[in-house]
Design a protein around this ligand. Structure first.
Ligand code: ATP
Ligand code: ATP
Ligand code: MG
Ligand code: MG
Lengths: 259, 259
């Protein structure tokens, strides 16, 4: 069975998509068959891998609203062993949530869709979530074995941690008892400022034993790669950002393996 | 009557809160009586101005769910002529949206609350929105005269612009015909990379004539100020970030005045 990992944090712009795309790329490069699911209506993960959203037949929303085998929405990426279920922006975020709200068993839709995959199709499934704790993120947390929480090394990113961890434990108690926090990944660390180091310390106190050793540095290559439709592995594998995501992926494998 | 301006963009981390807080601070410093409303469940605008969320009696959610005069939730900030309606995290984002969804006339709740203010209490009301196009942002767009759209100078921030402008025109046609895009404010411009300049050019093509002349540079002072509970005006008024927000505020006054 595939390990299903959600990238979630309702704070915006903390590196959920960048982490989902680059962890997936290094998992695939490391020999693991990997599926990335983009449930953010903005479709940033879809375009970060160079896919044309208009050219995709089915998106994750079609499957969630009108259940069909998930395999029908899977498209290849430019990388071996890495496949994607795209998000297309036909429906606005609020329309998708509204359409889902009207359905019964609405938080289980993604879990049911994942159950339609052949049991040994993938080793890892990563889910990129939108910046909210609404029904789309709820679907991801209900379907996942674990959550990786990207946190930007900035003060405002500290605010929502209590809300987020409450939500995760609420989902664990009500919908998905196997859900666990796999780890907290610190992102956009800027060594030139004291602020970054202070935030890392604060998060270490809040989530003891759950913080990845690897801290992702702020680096322009990571922000440029999506404009070329490539992961950092494809765009600039020697950059500090690439080496950091390679190390973070190795930690993810170890953490996911332990459970 | 006060000019009501929403800071909205469903892309996360683009500088909505930073812009809402600092534009409000410079409007107040410029002699305008200003009210900042924080409708983001994370409450970043509330803590950026140094307010203790636990100490606030009423939050915007209490008013939206169980209508009462908005003035009852207004609290002073450390700055003259600047007042705040705080967001407290009692209700998770998804719970607030769920509670609001059940009410009739749900998208008008904020507009109705604003109507309870004395007509000449404020010159400007700014509303800081969460990173989604759900019911909370819909409430802000329905109540507002204008929208300022902060856009980070990064590739991924370009993706959702079509969705956002579609949403604004949908609200204009269905709920609030006076709604208009006051301007697009480019944020976190990093002069050391080509990427920033390329994104500004792209946005200028997408929103001709609506882009603020002032571009907000990336600067650590802006990210540090909230950890001291101060606007950039209070924290470091001589910094490049402070001077840029002062200039952007003057543009906002001119743009809001013209309409
Ligand atoms: N380590 C990094 N260094 C520099 N830029 C980065 C880094 N990580 C992410 N970015 C850039 O920062 C912005 C925010 O990152 P990203 O979009 O991955 O966050 P997100 O949490 O997925 O955002 P949203 O909340 O909108 O889904 C993007 O423009 C991205 O390219
Ligand atoms: N010009 C700037 N230079 C440096 N850092 C900035 C700048 N503007 C904002 N920041 C920082 O970037 C992060 C994102 O900004 P902010 O929280 O204002 O965005 P937002 O759009 O309100 O995010 P959300 O989508 O979560 O509401 C914050 O940590 C903030 O302190
Ligand atoms: Mg994202
Ligand atoms: Mg914000």
């Amino acid at each position: 069975m595939a390990r299903i990992i959600a990238l979630a944090n309702q704070k915006g712009g903390v590196g959920k998509t960048t982490s989902a795309v680059n962890l997936s790329a290094y998992l695939a490069a490391g020999g693991f068959r990997t599926l990335l699911i983009d449930i953010d209506p903005q479709g940033n993960a879809t375009s970060s891998l160079g896919l044309d959203k208009e050219a995709c037949d089915l998106s994750i929303y079609d499957i969630l609203i009108d259940p069909a085998p998930l395999a029908g929405a899977v498209v290849p990426t430019g990388q071996e062993r890495l496949a994607l279920v795209p998000s297309t922006s036909v429906l606005l975020g609020s329309e998708t949530e509204a359409a889902l709200t009207a359905l019964s068993g609405r938080e289980q839709r993604l879990a049911e869709a994942l159950d339609t995959l052949p049991p040994d199709a993938y080793d890892f499934v990563l889910i990129d979530c939108p910046p909210s704790l609404g029904l789309l993120t709820l679907n991801a947390l209900t379907a996942a074995d674990g959550v990786v929480i990207p946190i930007q090394c900035e003060f405002l990113a500290l605010e929502g941690l209590m809300q987020l961890s409450n939500s995760i434990y609420l989902v664990k108690r009500t919908f998905n008892e196997r859900l666990d926090i796999v780890g907290v990944l610190m992102t956009m660390f800027d060594a030139r400022t004291r602020l970054s180091a202070q935030v890392v310390e604060e998060v270490r106190r809040f989530f003891p034993n759950r913080i990845f050793e690897t801290v992702i540095p702020r680096g322009v290559h990571l922000a440029e790669a999506p404009s070329y439709g490539q992961s950092i592995l494809g765009y600039d594998p020697a950059s500090r950002g690439a080496l950091a995501y390679r190390a973070a992926t190795n930690e993810l494998i170890a953490r996911a393996g332990l459970r």
